[in-house]
Design a protein around this ligand. Structure first.
Ligand code: AMP
Length: 411
């Protein structure tokens, strides 16, 4: 069935999707697709759709006749103190974005079509016991260890149990040929891939590159909480990661020599912010930086350049202090902490970049051959056009880094 490509079977392309809330109805639609020899690519989401989600839907439409998108805010992956209640749920806007994509796909006969939005209810997804976020709560769960307890799992103990459980449920319901996840949540892709292998699920996992803002910040549904002040500092995470890439490109291979480059950037920006007035600053806590084996996600002491590594990190932007009259404080008024994660692949190809972050968090231009003495600081430059071009370049760089992921096992 996987060999059916959108060009092999000519069936009229549905003009618009159906919204389906019931599992039996979804199964009926899926059975119909199978009978019509139409492949299904599935994009699970929690809604609050942005370009990162839409890029996965486009990829799914390139590779399948039909695309199913689920919009379901899964309670079991939120910790007891996390933002389940306030998680953004812009249902109407999400449907508008998917309708616009349908129009786009209608213009291009090589693309499949979004045919189904699956938006189940929690009482149907968790039919027996109410969903729990307690670590020792009762219920039927999928646990993938040790992958689920490291990194993100160490900070968020129930997160991957909730993710694996809901993805298992969704894959059992939809039974897609292919399922699409974003590189942005790299550990999630490992957990799901392991689950698919270990439970012999008949679905192929596909991973799409991280989509970023023009200054490199990875898109996330939670970015709406940041507000302007924290948003300006949030790029520190990618800058820290790219600084490690720079060290790697200059022959550093040992864990301490590489990660110090990330810690330096984070510490310098932390110091800078700490020294500002409360009304001006945006402070953050560092959660972790990780240098992991691309096959297992176990921490590495030394990077083998032939294999590369996954470099990831997480920071928590702290609530805004002393908000000012008329300030853009983001959704929720800047009162909640916002956790940000990001990752890049560390390899020889990706490390031949042209931009590096200064330790104070601004960006510097650098030709591949230039030594640190020739670094030109652009943080104070008056040439705004040039800065804008460099920011765009950075976003492209980051996209290139992500595309480097194609060489990872299982891709
Ligand atoms: P979520 O709605 O946050 O559960 O995300 C749904 C899917 O979109 C997951 O596979 C995410 O990894 C993916 N995703 C989220 N943000 C991005 C991004 N910036 N770039 C690419 N994929 C993303």
């Amino acid at each position: 069935m996987r060999n059916i490509s959108p060009t092999h079977v000519k069936a009229p392309k549905p003009k618009l999707y159906q919204v389906c809330r019931q599992i039996p109805k979804l199964r009926e639609l899926r059975r119909q697709a199978l009978l019509e020899r139409q492949t299904v690519g599935f994009v699970p989401t929690m809604g609050a759709l942005h370009e990162g989600h839409l890029a996965l839907v486009r990829q799914a439409a390139r590779e399948n006749h039909r695309v199913y998108v689920s919009i379901y805010v899964n309670p079991t992956q939120f910790g007891v103190n996390e933002d389940l209640a306030s998680y953004p749920r812009p249902w109407g806007k999400d449907l508008d974005k998917l309708s616009a994509l349908c129009e786009e796909f209608n213009q291009d006969e090589r693309m499949g079509q979004i045919t189904t939005i699956f938006a189940p209810k929690t009482r149907d997804m968790y039919p027996n016991l109410p969903p729990t976020s307690e670590v020792d709560g009762k219920g039927s769960f999928v646990t993938i260890t040790p992958l689920s307890s490291i990194l993100e799992g160490a900070s968020r103990p129930v997160f991957f149990r909730g993710v694996a459980t809901v993805v298992m449920k969704l894959l059992n319901i939809v039974q897609p040929e292919k399922v699409y996840f974003g590189q942005k949540d790299v550990q999630q892709t490992y957990v799901v891939r392991r689950m698919i292998e270990d439970f012999h699920l008949d679905t192929q996992i596909r991973v799409g590159p991280t989509v970023r803002e023009s200054d490199g910040l990875a898109l996330s549904s939670r970015n709406v909480y940041l507000g302007a002040r924290r948003r300006a500092v949030a790029t520190v995470l990618l800058k820290a990661l790219v600084n490690v890439q720079y060290a790697f490109g200059h022959d550093k291979r040992r864990r301490e020599d590489l990660l110090v480059a990330a810690y330096q950037v984070a510490a310098n920006v932390q110091d800078r912010e700490r020294n500002l007035l409360p009304a001006e600053r945006a402070r953050f806590d560092l959660d972790y930086f990780s240098l992991a084996d691309p096959k297992t996600m176990e921490e590495l002491e030394v990077v083998n350049p032939a294999e590369g590594a996954i470099l990831s990190g997480a920071i928590k932007m702290l609530p805004i202090e002393d908000p000012q009259e008329g300030e853009d404080t983001g959704l929720g008024g800047g009162t909640t902490a916002v956790r940000l994660i990001d990752n890049i692949k560390l390899d020889l190809l990706s490390s031949r970049h042209h931009l590096i972050p200064e330790l104070d968090g601004s960006w510097s231009g650098l030709t591949p051959q230039a030594g640190p003495g020739r670094i030109r600081k652009i943080g104070n430059s008056k040439d705004l056009d040039r800065n804008a071009r460099k920011r765009t370049y950075l976003a492209q760089r980051a996209a290139d880094l992500d595309r480097g992921e194609a060489g990872f096992p299982g891709e």
